[in-house]
Design a protein. Structure first.
Ligand code: SAM
Length: 250
């Protein structure tokens, strides 16, 4: 998890370009599908809490859960600076506390749901159902793998205030039968002439679309409402891009 000990570099590398557009999509999903009015939202693997300010501006109470104290401290600082009504929980999403609170919306971004087997995913869906109000939504971004024969590898460079971060993302197969892989994230940072390489890997499991649907059905506690490309209800569904799966708590 080394890469998640450096929130400032993480934010340069991965902050969303247009958080308002993505929260617009979340609000449209609430409008279209939620059976409860939404006040409290929970982000799993919240990291630097990229949408915190948008949620706060729109009157929602935000809660972010993460395993990295450094990421959470950074997010807390952000909340203090903007005076946001927010709470933060240091915790492992694989052992999500069923008594964490009551939320009307839960979401996870950038595929940051690090479960390692179908059994763990079913247990996770059960725990989420305990936290969600009936009729509330669970939104999962980029969790399901739509490109079965694709090499999941990307690299890019971003700059901010004299700091240059080159990011490499790749999925390294661990066990083809168990469908497990390491999510590897490497930052090569040049911070005003000081150069460092920061590596991180988190084990996870690949979930393919039909497998995901079967598991949701088997969980019996959520209904699958659809998946949508790139935070849009009008874009056509295709294997490329980001996919948001929307579940509703029964
Ligand atoms: C790719 S980042 C996503 C951060 C943020 N949601 C975003 O969109 O920028 C993944 C986050 O998940 C956290 N994480 C990894 N394993 C976790 C676990 N088992 N429980 C809770 N958080 C975890 C990491 O610390 C990191 O902040």
């Amino acid at each position: 998890m080394e890469a998640y000990q450096y929130p400032y570099y993480y934010e340069i590398a991965l902050a969303p370009g247009a958080p308002h557009r993505e929260v617009d999509f979340f609000e449209a999903a609430i409008e279209k599908f939620s059976r409860v009015s939404v006040r409290r939202v929970l982000e799993l693997g919240a990291g630097t809490a990229p949408y915190l300010e948008e949620w706060c501006k729109r009157g929602y109470a935000y809660c972010g859960l993460d395993l990295s104290p450094a990421m959470l401290e950074y997010a807390r600082d952000k909340a203090r600076r903007i005076g946001a009504a927010a709470s933060f929980v240091l915790g492992d999403m694989r052992k999500l506390d069923r008594n964490l609170g009551r939320f009307e919306l839960v979401y996870v971004l950038l595929g940051s749901l690090y479960v390692r087997s179908n059994a763990e995913f079913l247990d996770h869906l059960d725990r989420i159902a305990d936290l969600l109000a009936p009729g509330g939504l669970y939104l999962l971004d980029s969790f399901v793998w739509f490109r079965i024969f694709h090499q999941y590898k990307r690299s890019w460079v971003r700059r901010k205030a004299g700091v240059v971060v080159r990011t490499r993302y790749r999925a390294e197969l661990l066990d083809a039968i168990a469908q497990t892989y390491d999510e590897c994230l490497t930052f090569t940072v040049n911070d005003h002439g000081r150069v460092a390489t920061i590596d991180g890997r988190v084990p996870a499991k690949v979930f393919f679309p039909q497998e995901f649907l079967s598991l949701v059905e088997r969980s019996e506690r959520h209904e699958f409402l659809g998946w949508y490309n790139d935070f849009s209800f009008s874009a056509s569904l295709r294997p490329e891009g980001r996919h948001i799966a929307i579940l509703r708590r029964r």
